[in-house]
Design a protein around this ligand. Structure first.
Ligand code: MN9
Length: 289
């Protein structure tokens, strides 16, 4: 389980001028984050614009990351509202040598918990990899409490949960009831709070260019240097507040572009940052990275 504990950037997807996946840039981002202390990667998550990628493109991203991070711990997000896609991607993750799969709950149709549970169990069985539930009620619209989450954590096929909610009571109840399962903090701006409620690490989008800072927060927390950890979380939150004011993913791509990457823009219907927002990033984020 140790290989799963730590900082996992939820990788962004670079697109070139023609809107195609930019392999060279993705490779560069993977290496950049490994140098900064990433334990591994969360591949094709929401941050990667997974729901705007075709199944073939998701496979391509999974391949590129595996090739360039052969020894890192790799978690493939295979979630889709279409279970056939999740099954196909889950099998492919196993074939490529990923360590785990993860999935958001099937969304939009307001599936019953029974249907959601069956989806997860079938995808886990098909992939033959350990499954990490991706709990993100604000986006998926699927709210699960301790009772529902426990039904997954009780099962050997499930190694844990990526927990993107600010209900830290539920997070703590899950970790305390299942101390041997993994809990990843999902909201980067509340990482230290998550650690204090039992999280084993974090999966996040802002790690793409701040992995080193989050590695440090976790290290300080472990060494019981809470005041220092708090100061660093506050610094990071100054940056995240700017990202949120612009739109997190489009702003993150612009941050990488200003750092010398060529990540292009998010796929439509996402909009682009304005010149004013780009200036804000140059002034309020770049000098602090
Ligand atoms: O993976 C991320 N969620 C999304 C979790 O991007 C939708 C977070 O890293 C947030 O982007 C971040 C800013 O709110 O905490």
């Amino acid at each position: 389980m140790e290989k799963f504990k730590g900082i996992f950037p939820a990788l962004l997807t670079p697109f070139d001028q023609n809107g195609k996946i930019n392999e060279v840039q993705l490779k560069k981002l993977v290496r950049f984050n490994l140098e900064k202390g990433a334990k591994g990667f969360y591949v094709c998550g929401s941050t990667a614009e997974a729901f705007l990628l075709s199944t073939e493109e998701r496979k391509q991203v999974m391949e590129i990351v595996k090739e360039n991070a052969p020894t890192a711990t790799l978690i493939a997000h295979v979630g889709s509202v279409d279970e056939r896609v999740a099954v196909e991607l889950g099998k492919y993750a196993k074939e490529l040598g990923y360590h785990a799969v993860s999935s958001v709950a099937p969304f939009y149709y307001k599936f019953s918990f029974e249907e959601i549970k069956n989806y997860y169990f079938r995808v886990a069985d098909a992939s033959q990899l350990p499954m990490l539930v991706y709990h993100f009620p604000a986006f998926s619209g699927v709210n699960m409490g301790v009772k529902e989450i426990s039904q997954f954590l009780l099962d050997d096929r499930f190694i844990g949960i990526k927990y993107t909610s600010n209900d830290f009571f539920t997070m703590e109840r899950c970790k305390t009831a299942f101390p041997n399962k993994l809990v990843y903090n999902g909201y980067d701006e509340m990482f230290l709070a998550g650690l204090s409620m039992g999280a084993d690490g974090g999966i996040g989008s802002t790690y793409n260019f701040m992995t080193d800072k989050f590695v440090k927060i976790q290290k300080l927390f472990k060494e019981n240097k809470i005041a220092e950890a708090q100061t660093l979380q506050q610094e990071v939150n100054g940056i995240i507040a700017v990202l949120c004011s612009i739109g997190v993913m489009r702003a993150e791509k612009e941050v990488l572009n200003q750092l010398g990457f060529d990540f292009g823009i998010c796929r439509k219907p996402f909009g682009e940052p304005t010149d004013e927002q780009k200036k804000l990033i140059a002034e309020k984020i770049i000098p602090y990275l």
